[in-house]
Design a protein around this ligand. Structure first.
Ligand code: ADP
Ligand code: MG
Length: 238
């Protein structure tokens, strides 16, 4: 589970085309990074996959089924926002439980998933605190925990570390990579940071103005950038 295919997916806001028809395949269990400069359409593409925006044309398939018209809650995906999307008045436990409550998951199953997520994210001792009583990294882990308990077929991250300081960012990158190894679930990770892309990805999708410039492993892109834009962006010698 977690195979995502985009077929001629297009997005325009009014007269402005942000994503010209685009094809992309994401395999089950892959860690895919969308990278490109600010304004190139990374968030829009992620929001189209999540169902938070409607496509202007084309088809999105999730695990072989047409998901193009499905609302976000029916797609089986979980989007991880920056940590400030937590509810400040709720404990960590309640923040993590919230999506399960909404989905009607039975209480004992909720407890089990919370303790599993807390263990995976080193949050066991913090479940009764509020977000304001946590560090930036811990808050980001709570945001990830809230996604994990939904048991999605894929996680969608939109620049989740961009409001953390540099040292914390390096640690969180490693934690997210470890989590991917543990869960073996598809992850799509959006960033404008080349280092993040090169260190985390199984597969990198380089975007410029809504166009896929190249898709490949970090090594492919480094050794054989297809054009000057990719070479310049990735920092390889072409
Ligand atoms: P990125 O995440 O790569 O920085 P975005 O996907 O946020 O880029 O934006 C891509 C382009 O689409 C930008 O030019 C942005 O101004 C435009 N855009 C994004 N959302 C909207 C919207 N709701 N209405 C109009 N234009 C939008
Ligand atoms: Mg963005």
């Amino acid at each position: 589970m977690g195979r995502i295919q985009l077929k001629q997916v297009k997005k325009a806001f009014g007269d402005v085309t942000v994503i010209p028809p685009l094809d992309l395949e994401i395999e089950d269990g892959e860690f895919v990074v969308f990278v490109g400069p600010s304004g190139c359409g990374k968030s829009t593409l992620l929001r189209l996959i999540a169902g938070l925006e409607d496509v202007t044309g084309g088809v999105i398939e999730i695990d072989g089924a047409d998901a193009t018209g499905l609302p976000p809650a029916k797609r089986g995906l979980a989007m991880v926002f920056q940590s400030y999307a937590l509810y400040p008045h709720m404990s960590v436990r309640k923040n993590i439980a919230f999506p399960m409550k909404m989905a009607g998951v039975p209480q004992d199953e909720q407890e089990k998933r919370i303790s599993d997520a807390a263990r995976a994210l080193n949050l066991t001792d913090y479940l009764d605190r509020r977000p304001g009583q946590l560090s930036g990294g811990q808050r980001q882990r709570v945001a990830i925990g809230r996604a994990i308990v939904r048991e999605p077929s894929a996680f969608l991250f939109d620049e989740p570390l961009s409001n953390l300081d540099a040292a914390l960012r390096v640690g969180m990158r490693m934690e997210i990579s470890e989590l991917h190894e543990k869960l073996e679930t598809t992850m799509i990770y959006v960033t404008h940071d080349q280092v993040e892309a090169m260190t985390m990805a199984d597969k990198i999708v380089v975007l410029q103005a809504g166009v896929v410039e190249q898709v490949g492993t970090p090594l492919d892109l480094y050794r054989a950038p297809q054009n000057r834009f990719v070479a310049g962006f990735i920092g390889s010698p072409k």
